[in-house]
Write a new protein. Structure first.
Length: 165
């Protein structure tokens, strides 16, 4: 259904409790612009196809220290800096710093180029046009139907972002 989630406020609360914050911006970036440095999030991700780019590619933003705490998701060509052997002969790899530790094998260069071009087109559009598109989508959504109610925050609290539920 959707709604607006005050991410910066939620991130402050999470930080007080020592909780890491991951923001899925896939839905939001299609109709809004965002400066991730203002969110207070540890990680932000989005999908290229939600911006008119190719399927199967996206981006993960994070603070370098946090990204380097993550283990590699896939091992292979170019993710390992060095390997030592422990006393029983088992390998003890040292992984590259991010982003190299996440880039095993041959990269999807075509997908990355397609994402780059989609972002260029997105940046060339006036913010007002994106807002109109968002408003038109909201008006046509099921939550605008009689007898339905939105999930998430009320209109009065729509200060920060739209999120899919």
């Amino acid at each position: 259904m959707g709604g607006v989630v005050p991410v910066a406020e939620a991130a402050k609360l999470a930080r007080r409790k020592g909780i890491k914050v991951f923001v899925d911006d896939a839905q939001y970036l299609g109709t809004h612009r965002e400066d991730v440095s203002t969110l207070g999030a540890d990680f932000v991700a989005f999908s290229a196809h939600k911006l008119g780019g190719p399927f199967g590619v996206g981006a993960l933003w994070g603070h370098e220290t946090e990204l380097n705490r993550l283990g590699p998701w896939k091992l292979g060509g170019g993710t390992v800096k060095s390997v030592a052997w422990d006393l029983v002969g088992a390998p003890d790899p040292v992984y590259l710093d991010a982003p190299g530790r996440f880039e095993a094998g041959v990269q999807n260069f075509g997908g990355a180029l397609g994402l780059h071009e989609a972002l260029k087109v997105r940046e060339s559009l006036p913010a007002a046009r994106c807002a109109r598109t968002s408003a038109a989508s909201s008006a046509a959504s099921p939550r605008a139907s009689p007898g339905s109610a939105p999930c998430g925050c009320s209109d009065a609290r729509r200060t920060s972002r739209e999120a899919a539920w």
